[in-house]
Design a protein around this ligand. Structure first.
Ligand SMILES: Cc1ncc(COP(=O)(O)O)c(C=O)c1O
Ligand SMILES: [Zn+2]
Length: 403
């Protein structure tokens, strides 16, 4: 097994960049760089039939991942996550509903996929320490993978990130810096403070390899469901957008490899209190306008100005997808419904995706009798619905703008 990585490419301005050193965004236009592979080589070296003979988990797809030497893989045992059949609340839609539960991954979210690959690759390319601004889950994942690799990590979190997450990051040995405001403010401060420290920036879409880890969501769905039974639609909670960009990239590589003949439509769900991507979709704009006074109970969706939003919008539109918003009340209701009706404890972000189904059917973005997969990106175990409800009632919309 070997990687068929060939280089990095900016889809914004077509600049090609060598993949043999640590890089951030495109040196020409500042947008996200994405990894390219020799797909002909991949086709000659492997086929999905080989995969079943390999250990389960994301490293099964080594040919389509950037890490060159297996000795550099930093792993916490990322198993393939289950895809569970869900009985729809409203059976009259006729939809066949499935949920993929990434809450089972190390540190309880899909962020483990991105960090497993990005940390492995950053260390392979010589990074001595790492940092990330995060709403919580990416920080947890970086802290754990950095601990596993015995490399120093610093995480920049909005001040009101739950104490439980802050403490968990410290327990892994990461340095925690809290920043007033949103993740965008945390990112700005992180980049200021880190100048000259020689630490590598793992911010969403500002380096090319977290997307590669997220891409394994698409590869794994294909691996588990097969080319015939792929979902028609994947519903995904979107904050910074690496998940959607990664999934779209993964399905497109499978398409180019000739292993699938269609890409599922990617439906983005954001919170009504912070929905820059959905607004750009509705207004037919190529990039987002930063969201003023953002607020939602779902920390991972509180991203007022996603970086390189061109790539995220391109992924949604390129898959013939679309998106909707949900209210915070709908998110909290969905957390309860998923627990009671399906035995699934999911994070507020994941619950948002489930809550979005109503609007997606109502707006005919999903047709009855389609096969629909809702992506449950994180576990609900660290969250108390009563606490989130209290936050919502006492703080409410506009909170960060008031700070
Ligand atoms: C559980 C969860 N779901 C979804 C998201 C949003 O992910 P993305 O940045 O891929 O849009 C996050 C981001 O923090 C998250 O933690
Ligand atoms: Zn560029």
């Amino acid at each position: 097994m070997r990687s068929f990585l060939t280089g990095l490419e900016c889809r914004g301005c077509c600049t090609a960049v060598a993949a043999d050193r640590l890089v951030g965004p495109c040196p020409t236009c500042g947008q996200a760089l994405l990894a390219s592979y020799d797909l002909g080589g991949v086709r000659g070296a492997t086929s999905p039939k080989d995969w079943s003979g390999r250990p389960t988990g994301l490293w099964r797809y080594r040919e389509l991942l950037p890490v060159q030497d297996a000795a550099h893989i930093v792993s916490l045992g990322e198993l393939a996550t289950p895809i569970l059949r869900l009985v729809p609340k409203d059976p009259s839609t006729g939809a066949e509903l499935w949920g993929k539960d990434d809450g089972r991954l190390p540190t309880g979210s899909f962020k483990a996929r991105g960090m497993a690959v990005a940390v492995s690759r950053a260390l392979e390319l010589g990074a001595a320490s790492l940092f990330v601004p995060s709403a919580g889950n990416a920080a947890l994942a970086l802290s754990a993978y950095a601990a596993r690799a015995r490399v120093p990590a610093r995480v920049y979190l909005p001040t009101d990130t739950s104490n439980m997450i802050q403490e968990a990051c410290r327990t892994y040995g990461a340095q925690v810096v809290t920043v007033p405001g949103s993740i965008s403010d945390a990112g700005r401060l992180a980049r200021e403070k880190e100048v000259g420290r020689g630490s590598f920036d793992l911010s969403t879409l500002r380096e090319p390899y977290r997307v590669e880890g997220k891409k394994t969501m698409a590869l794994e769905i294909f691996d588990q469901m097969g080319p015939e039974d792929l979902p028609d639609v994947i519903v995904y909670p979107t904050g910074g957008g690496t998940g959607i960009v990664g999934m779209f990239k993964g399905f497109n590589e499978l398409l180019e490899l000739g292993w699938i003949d269609r890409v599922p439509r990617l439906m983005s769900v954001q919170s009504e209190g912070c929905a820059p991507l959905i607004r750009a979709l509705r207004n037919d704009e190529p990039r987002i306008v930063p969201w003023d006074r953002p607020w939602t109970v779902a920390p991972g969706l509180l991203v007022p100005a996603p970086f390189s939003s061109e790539r995220v919008l391109e992924a949604i539109r390129g898959s013939k997808g679309n998106g909707v918003t949900v209210t915070d009340d709908q998110i909290l209701c969905a957390m309860g419904d998923l627990a009671r009706d399906h035995g699934l404890s999911v994070s507020p972000e994941a619950a948002a995706a489930y809550a979005g189904l109503g609007a997606l059917f109502a707006h005919q973005m999903i047709r009855s009798s389609e096969r629909v997969l809702v992506y449950f990106t994180g576990t609900g175990l660290p969250f108390r619905v009563s606490e989130l409800s209290r936050d919502l009632r006492s703080a409410g919309p506009g909170r960060p703008g008031d700070r």
